[in-house]
Design a protein around this ligand. Sequence first.
Ligand code: CA
Ligand code: CA
Ligand code: CA
Ligand code: CA
Length: 445
Amino acid sequence: MASRGLMSLVLLFAMVVDASAYTFDEVVVGYWAGSGSNKAVVVIDFGVDSFTFGYRWEGGTKYGKDLMDAVAAAGPLDYTKTGGFLNTISYGSYSDIGQGGWPTDWWSYFISGDGENWADPGESFATMVLTNGSWDGWAHQTTGDWPPVHLPTTPVASDFASKIISYRGPFGSRPYDDPNSVLGKPTTFIKQSATKVFACSLVYPAWNTAPDGGKLIVTLNIGAEIIPGFDHKVADDPGNPFGIDFIVFGNSGFVSTGWVEPNTNMDKFFLENPTSVFSEPVTVSVAQDPNGPWYTFTNGPFADGIFPTNAFVWDSNRGDWGEESNWLKPVDSNLRISNFNGLSAANAIKLYDGSAGGTGFDLKWLDPNDYQALAIDPDTGQRWIKYIKVTSDEFGEVDGFADVAACGDYKHPYPVGDINKDCRVDMIDFAEVAAHWLECTWNCK
Ligand SMILES: [Ca+2]
Ligand SMILES: [Ca+2]
Ligand SMILES: [Ca+2]
Ligand SMILES: [Ca+2]
């Protein structure tokens, strides 16, 4: 019989695993101010754009105002105040926002424990005490409503390229003409015609439009170039599967023996033997700064080639598409096209082992001098890039860019107590502690 205590523990657990709650690791932090073991962040929401800044401190009582003062002193965010009231905030292209005052141009103050659920603190930021892990928030208001209708929105880091830094045509004709097609998650469904919608698969690559008419991919005509950026550092993380650090998705496809229809059974549909991949090489370069220097994967790999995108796993029991593939997991880079000769599409998808495909890139595949030239992140000890440049001499397509996920990366930090660093605390960790119980190497007595 479940006791009341157990029930509340279960409820607490349910709250903790609420997917909408955030950790500081999931957030794009503009910059950190201060130093010490305690951390708090502030979310500044201008309405269209939202930014987060961090504050570290060691001892003593700190208030929301200390956080703002430290952040303002450490970087480009600035604010003005009168006593306990914040008047205006400036950052980047946002200048003196709040100058007009209530009711159409003012800021309201919020606090949160998880970056998602915000509350009115009932006091000024000058007297609101910070705690380790706490969130402050400021949301710009354009109405006089009370309580304020606009709550802060936390900018969560995207696993996909999130903005276009620059581009230069010529691109393909409509709908292959929009460089913004490379942002966010790659293609899942394709509208072939008014009555036919296909799952994007390794035998039915992205083309035409999404079911809602949205553009899916862009064609790089000769001379064209697109530079997208991630909102965080993409690391040469030793935990990445096969060492692959990022994935570029195009619209290549395996050559098969027939025509695909929306209801084709992938267990009964076969790749040619020998098979090949319809590809149009896209050259990939990387940089830490949007202005370069650029480092090119001169000898490949080239995107819009292996491995063709496969958006869903195949469920042979149901004879239908199953759950969505993992866009952040690369295909085994040891696989060759010949490994797919004559396979059923279902078995080809099995070789992907849950990956959504795409061309994987390991920063270690750069020229050794270029690899060495990439600065190391002092927080992680890892080399990284943030911007990617794509060009093609063969009218190649680009659909999207993904940061490979790994245990121990910025979004999946090791939990406290995870002795063997597999990102879960379980009996293996407990056994490790038990095996060394009461061992001591200093001041043991
Ligand atoms: Ca790597
Ligand atoms: Ca293509
Ligand atoms: Ca796309
Ligand atoms: Ca563990």
